[in-house]
Design a protein around this ligand. Structure first.
Ligand SMILES: Nc1ncnc2c1ncn2[C@@H]1O[C@H](COP(=O)(O)OP(=O)(O)OP(=O)(O)O)[C@@H](O)[C@H]1O
Length: 583
């Protein structure tokens, strides 16, 4: 983004048609057309988009690799090997390989679409997972690995970013760019082209060659990372990390309560001698997976944003169970407070970014808001919110959420949960970072000409977001005052569902923007609800009477807002289903 024009936040902006030439057996050439839809993400050498087959309407993820980038024979070889290995694999926990083709510019690989991003984004939102979730996810990964290894395939780059989540929340292992298929049992591989993230010590050592055990090692690193929240050997520079791996220098932090079985499993796996690592079957037989609870087949989508609730956990833990799981039961039964609508501030603590909708990484919403005085018929005179989100762009695939507030401030909610808010005049900004044991927002104020060096990248991103978001509405806001103070209003939390995007603002406002362009803006402080209908007309009601309003379009959305908020927090027994919008 930084290098491109500011309006180029979304990769190619407009949807286009891609044509595939299909040569039939009789030699005739047919054309298959795909609509190239939303941008899904970008890797080292591929850009990924949603593709819709215009004939069958089937939607897939298309990895597009430019032929330009394949000029080096190594890159070409790597892609060919990825295709060759991946296309032969068929397993419920491996990203389905649909098809591949090429045109003059690109190679296109069509893959099963995974709509819930990867465990990387999941962990970023959740910080760490409960043991029940780790049991559930590792179970699926091991099932796929057993399949891979039985077909003599070593993945060699198992990492959180390569575990995709389907719409049903199944884990799907993807990215076979570093995978290899052994010619015979017992073959040892010597080289890996590329740098695996969770590299095993024998790969660093390079003397004995490596085999399936490198995937087992990565499993240990993954289990540790999911439970603790950061990788075991992580340091700020690669050389030190490699040194730590060689020395097996890692420890379990005191501040994270981990059960004995989980520590024992990780310790068993992370041993430097590959021959001493457990097999996949031994891992499955380990007490970590046998703590008296049953393991859910899938986790509900609400866990994309917050831990499984007590009621969900109860379904998998029998009351008589003692030992293993109960050791960690503080974490597992961590309850999510049940909250009434009015208590939005307590609730927001659990509302982390969620995207149960689709792996849509980029969305932009513009709303032309008529002034407050436009409140029509049922507007009963209550003052609406002073500040709300006017326009937003979801670039959480890379950086975070950018937004423009109605008071002219631009803000960014970065993926690392830090926040920045720029004054309407664009001269000063506040930076918010959670610090200390209480994880309080610490706010520092700076000007665009004078700020700490470490904020350079974030400030650059802020400016890009700003020029993108302001675009054509800059004049319209009419706020150009030189000494406008930094707005103290900013987005504290945000999340997405299938039907909507929700923002929790620091002024205790919860705003829900629905896909049909209607909006609910709830102010817990002034106890009013503002409803913006499809035509952009605003009506403000006191909260107490809003539910009884004859405006059914609004009451339906208000109910949805309450249901989804409550659901996200404490009703995962309605597994996987967010409330329907039409109830
Ligand atoms: N099956 C899929 N469904 C949805 N999104 C996908 C899928 N495959 C890839 N993506 C998105 O596209 C991005 C790039 O894909 P991928 O990581 O496979 O590319 P790459 O260039 O091979 O990456 P790497 O640098 O990790 O090797 C991913 O991070 C993800 O956001």
């Amino acid at each position: 983004m930084a290098t491109k024009s500011s309006r180029n936040l979304e990769e190619p902006e407009s949807s286009t048609t891609v044509e595939e030439k299909v040569v039939k057996v009789n030699g005739e050439v047919a054309i298959r057309r795909y609509n190239k839809g939303r941008f899904l993400g970008k890797g080292g050498f591929a850009r990924c988009y949603e593709f819709t087959n215009l004939e069958t309407r089937k939607i897939t993820a298309a990895k597009i690799v430019s032929k330009e980038s394949l000029k080096k024979s190594r890159a070409k070889q790597k892609l060919m090997s990825e295709i060759k290995i991946h296309r032969a694999l068929h397993h419920a926990n491996i990203v389905g390989f649909e098809h591949f083709f090429e045109d003059n510019e690109n190679v296109y690989i069509l893959l099963e679409l995974c709509t819930n991003q990867t465990t990387n984004e999941l962990l970023r939102r959740r910080k760490r997972l409960t043991e029940l979730e780790v049991q559930c996810y590792l179970h699926q990964v091991i099932s796929a690995l057993k399949y891979l290894h039985s077909h003599r395939v070593i993945h060699r780059d198992l990492k959180l970013g390569n575990f995709f989540l389907s719409d049903k929340m199944e884990i799907k292992i993807g990215d076979f760019g570093l995978a290899t298929k052994l010619e015979f049992d017992g073959e040892r591989k010597r080289t890996i082209c590329g740098t695996p993230n969770y590299i095993a010590p024998e790969v660093l050592d390079g003397k004995q060659g490596h085999s399936y055990e490198v995937d087992i090692w990565s499993l240990g690193v993954i289990a540790y990372t999911l439970l603790v929240g950061k990788p075991p050997f992580e340091t700020s520079d690669v050389k030190t990390t490699y040194r730590r791996i060689r020395m097996n220098a890692y420890s379990f932090p005191d501040h994270v309560p981990l059960s004995e079985p989980s520590k024992s499993l990780i310790t068993r796996i992370l041993v430097n001698d590959p021959a001493k690592r457990p097999s996949l079957d031994e891992i499955l037989a380990h007490e970590f997976f046998h703590q008296g609870n049953s393991i859910p087949k899938l986790m509900p989508p609400s866990t994309l944003a917050c831990p499984p609730s007590a009621s969900f956990l109860r379904q998998f833990t029998s009351p008589s169970v003692s030992g293993g799981l109960s050791q960690s039961s503080n974490r597992l039964t961590e309850t999510v407070p049940s909250v009434a609508l009015k208590n939005t501030s307590a609730r927001s603590a659990r509302q982390e970014l969620v995207n149960t909708e689709r792996a849509s990484k980029i969305r932009e919403e513009t709303k032309q808001m008529p002034p407050l005085t436009n409140a029509p018929e049922q507007g009963i005179g209550a003052a609406g919110p002073e500040v709300w989100v006017k326009k937003w762009v979801d670039y959480s695939s890379k950086y975070g959420l950018g937004y423009l507030l109605s008071n002219g401030s631009t803000g960014v909610f970065f993926n690392d949960a830090t926040k920045i808010i720029l004054s309407p005049a664009g001269n000063a900004f506040e930076y918010m970072e959670r610090k200390g044991p209480e994880k309080q927002d610490v706010i520092t104020t700076h000007t665009l000409t004078e700020y700490p060096k470490e904020l350079q990248k974030k400030v650059t991103l802020l400016q890009h977001f700003r020029s993108y978001l302001e675009g054509d509405v800059k004049q319209e806001t009419g706020i150009e005052g030189e000494n406008m103070p930094v707005s103290r209003v900013y987005v504290k939390k945000w999340m997405r569902t299938r039907h909507a995007i929700m923002f929790r603002l620091s002024n205790k406002i919860v705003q829900v923007n629905f896909q049909d362009h209607t909006e609910i803006i709830l102010s817990s402080e002034t106890r009013v609800v503002t409803y913006v209908n499809k035509r952009g007309e605003r009506t403000t009601y006191p909260l107490a009477t809003a539910q009884e309003s004859s405006n059914h379009e609004m009451t339906k959305r208000l109910k949805y807002t309450k249901d989804i908020l409550t659901h996200m927090l404490n009703a995962p027994n309605r597994q996987g289903e967010e409330p329907p919008l039409d109830n």
